[in-house]
Write a protein that binds this ligand. Structure first.
Ligand code: NAP
Length: 247
């Protein structure tokens, strides 16, 4: 049986760890040729490149010039990018009244501008090919009903990714579909930043647990392939019923 990502080139930002890493492994299983991405060329990333028979680019997503250069180099080598998954992100918490501009800017540079930069770098190649699928990663924190008053800058940066996704879908239809996934609480390194109150919220989801990264990756890859050919500009919340639980 032909795997549904056979022949597709899939670039996944932030795939050295967490949800991005799970998505890269699953995309490989589904037949894709994966381009991994990390901030530094770590030993674990090098091993992953070998294990998945993948390619890899290294750059800080917040640096527009570096992103444009890295994407250009890999397209020169491989020829195209069919799917872009913007997974790189950071979380940080500062009380609102004490939060510095640096704090707000850092979250925006990585979570919002990082997504902007990769879209700017990849879309021209998708336009040329008259085909492309982009999946951005936001968070339930980017939605007013589940916003975080603890990590406001994170929430606002994630809200901006949802808005950007809709605008990009409008601008680049019909050739390029752009969607966004908003995960709830997921078992990655980010979970190490949660305090007891956040853990209680996480467990209040209707399913009574947090997600494993692969449960988010499956939804991302659904939006990344032609099985979802009539979906664009949408936000898919994958939160185990956290939003509905209303706690
Ligand atoms: P993670 O395990 O902390 O991994 C973050 C990834 O982003 C790493 O690959 C990291 O690379 C990369 N990254 C961070 N800053 C970067 C930069 N400036 N330039 C290049 N790469 C950078 O996070 P995760 O939990 O998988 O989260 C993935 C995405 O899901 C994020 O956008 C996050 O906001 C979102 N999300 C996560 C949760 C959750 O509960 N985990 C919930 C909702 C949404 P390095 O290895 O080089 O640091």
């Amino acid at each position: 049986m032909k795997s549904f990502l056979e022949g597709k080139i899939v670039l996944i930002t932030g795939s050295s760890r967490g949800i991005g890493l799970s998505t890269a492994k699953l995309a490989t299983q589904y037949g894709a040729k994966v381009i991994l991405h990390g901030r530094t060329n770590s030993a674990s990333l090098k091993k992953l490149v070998r294990d998945l028979k993948a390619d890899c680019i290294i750059c800080d997503v917040s640096n527009q010039k570096d992103v444009l250069r890295a994407v250009k180099e890999i397209v020169n080598k491989i020829g195209k990018i069919d799917v872009l998954i913007n997974c790189a992100g950071i979380v940080a918490v500062e009380p609102f009244l004490k939060s510095s501009d640096d704090h707000w800017l850092e979250l925006f540079k990585v979570n919002f501008l990082g997504t902007v930069h990769f879209c700017q770098a990849v879309i021209p190649y998708m336009q040329k090919a008259k085909y492309g699928r982009i999946v951005n990663v936001s968070s339930v924190r980017g939605h007013p009903v589940t916003v975080s008053n603890r990590g406001m800058a994170y929430s606002v940066s994630k809200a901006s990714v949802i808005n950007l996704t809709a605008a990009l879908a409008k601008e680049y239809a019909p050739e390029i579909a752009v969607n966004v996934v908003s995960p709830g609480f997921v078992n990655t390194d980010m979970a190490k930043t949660w305090n007891e109150k956040v853990w209680q919220q996480a467990k209040s989801a209707l399913l009574g647990r947090i997600a494993e990264p692969t449960e988010i990756a499956e939804v991302i890859l659904f939006l990344a392939n032609d099985k979802s050919s009539f979906i664009t500009g949408q936000t898919i919340v994958v939160d185990g019923g956290y939003t509905l639980a209303g706690k």
